[in-house]
Design a protein around this ligand. Structure first.
Ligand code: SF4
Ligand code: SF4
Length: 443
């Protein structure tokens, strides 16, 4: 067809036809072009070869002839013509029932199945959840991305309402058994992150004030208590600063999308404080550190066991290796595997699976014997902070005249002091060494 038209133009131009014939040909060509453009709009409604009707075929369609001239992500061939629509149903309300699917059912469905149940596009659902995973991913597997079953349900409902409002305008009446005003979750991830970020920041400020100004050690335990109860058990460890290294990696490779400002702030805020004052976050605001700290305070009353310095020196390098492994695995698999193995995501999420119980028991039991074992040997974020803490602007200094009494060494929560040397990377600014030194050597 294209070749014939080309010849037609050449012949017309070269004078093969009379003027009258040329006019007729131009008229016919114009008619043909306008019809070809208009054809799809006029004739592509309600003529699905697969018999799809009532706006049932969503992007990308089933037959390879998907066409969407009104941009509503529904194939025109499964929709009634808008012209017919306008004439037939100008003001009649269209009642639509919001699919009622229980959270426990959603949990076992794949993203694809959820989208189908709500007649929405899977890609739209993933976009609104700001993830980029396989459509076959089960909803329960999204927890490591910080996405709960109820978030998926709420986003699917919001998209269902949005797409029908777009399609039927004011005529759409959505029937639901629950309040539609609450469609946008009050507990959406960003809101949680924003609030938790503020609490974390507040606890770090309290830590800085305690370190430089206050004397009463109850203030430190107050900060750790708030962190453990609020950020840990009430928030379910949702704000996982420890996991933020992984979230940042996922963000960089595009596995999670959207406004991840809060995740980034979560990663960089404690880091910024560390560059200024050292690992204040670890000493005052981390719920994981707090859990181990409280257990060890109980443990030291029962036993006097201490990790031998030589072994400690070797084991503490493991956390750097582990941080590299996490980033490597995330880059390779695009999967946030750390939450799968992190005992604290099971503890704070009250997720007592067999693995959960065993891993919590191991880390808690070890914390009774050794001060902060997870912090010192495993925590990937602790590894990042440790590197920056080495170069922090404020450092605890040891003046000359140390009597080698080892008082500071014995109270140090992270075994950062050995043979009169203080390892800035391991120090969490608990201030116990400064308070214990009778000779004022530490400042
Ligand atoms: S080392 Fe890790 S787990 Fe321990 S207090 Fe610091 S961030 Fe928390
Ligand atoms: S005792 Fe001193 S060196 Fe040890 S963690 Fe606390 S502040 Fe740092």
């Amino acid at each position: 067809m294209g070749i014939n038209l080309e010849y037609l133009f050449i012949w017309t131009y070269n004078g093969y036809f009379s003027d009258d014939m040329k006019k007729t040909l131009v008229f016919l060509l114009t008619f043909l072009i306008i019809n070809t453009i208009g054809f799809n709009f006029i004739y592509s409604w309600d003529d699905c070869p697969f018999g799809e009707k009532d706006s049932s075929c969503v992007y990308p369609g089933d037959c390879g002839k998907y066409i969407d001239t009104n941009n509503n992500r529904i194939c025109d061939r499964s929709e009634p013509s808008p012209l017919t629509n306008q004439k037939e149903t100008p003001t009649v309300p269209i009642e639509l029932n919001l699919p009622e699917i229980k959270g426990s059912t959603i949990k076992t469905m794949t993203l694809e199945e959820v989208a189908k149940a709500y007649s929405i596009d899977t890609q739209d659902l993933m976009e609104s959840l700001r993830i980029n995973v396989s459509p076959k991913t089960k909803v329960e597997s999204l927890r490591p991305y910080g996405i709960t079953n109820s978030m998926v349900k709420e986003k699917a409902e919001a998209l269902f309402i949005e797409s029908n409002k777009r399609r039927y305008g004011e005529n759409a009446v959505i029937n639901s058994t629950h309040q539609l005003e609450s469609i946008e979750s009050k507990n959406s991830l960003e809101k949680i992150l924003k609030e938790d970020l503020l609490v974390t920041f507040g606890l770090m400020i309290l830590g800085i004030l305690y370190f430089f100004r206050f004397k009463r050690k109850e203030i430190r335990y107050f900060a750790l208590g708030i962190s453990l109860v609020y950020l840990g058990f009430i928030r379910g460890g949702c704000l996982c600063v420890v996991g933020s290294l992984q979230q940042l990696s996922l963000y960089l490779i595009g596995a999670i999308k959207g406004n991840y400002l809060y995740w980034l702030m979560l990663f960089f805020l404690p880091l910024g404080v560390t560059i200024l004052f050292g690992r204040i976050f670890c000493g005052y605001a981390c719920p994981i550190g707090a859990w181990q700290q409280f257990l060890n305070d109980i443990g030291t009353k029962l036993t006097k066991f201490r990790m031998p310095h030589k072994l400690d020196k070797i084991l503490k390098y493991f956390k750097y290796l582990f941080a590299l492994v996490i980033v490597g695995v995330v880059f390779y698999s695009r999967y946030p595997f750390f939450q799968k193995i992190d005992p604290f995501s099971y503890l704070f999420g009250f997720n007592f699976t067999l693995y959960g119980i065993i891993s919590i028991a191991i880390v808690s039991g070890t914390s009774l014997l050794i001060s902060r074992p997870f912090c010192r040997y495993i925590c990937p974020y602790g590894a990042v902070l440790a590197i920056f803490s080495k170069f922090s602007i404020y450092k605890i200094k040891m003046k000359n005249g140390c009597k080698k009494c080892t008082l500071c060494d014995r109270v140090c929560e992270t075994d950062a002091i050995a043979n009169g040397n203080l390892d800035q990377a391991e120090c969490i600014r608990c201030k116990k060494c400064i308070d214990s030194c009778k000779f004022g050597i530490l400042k």
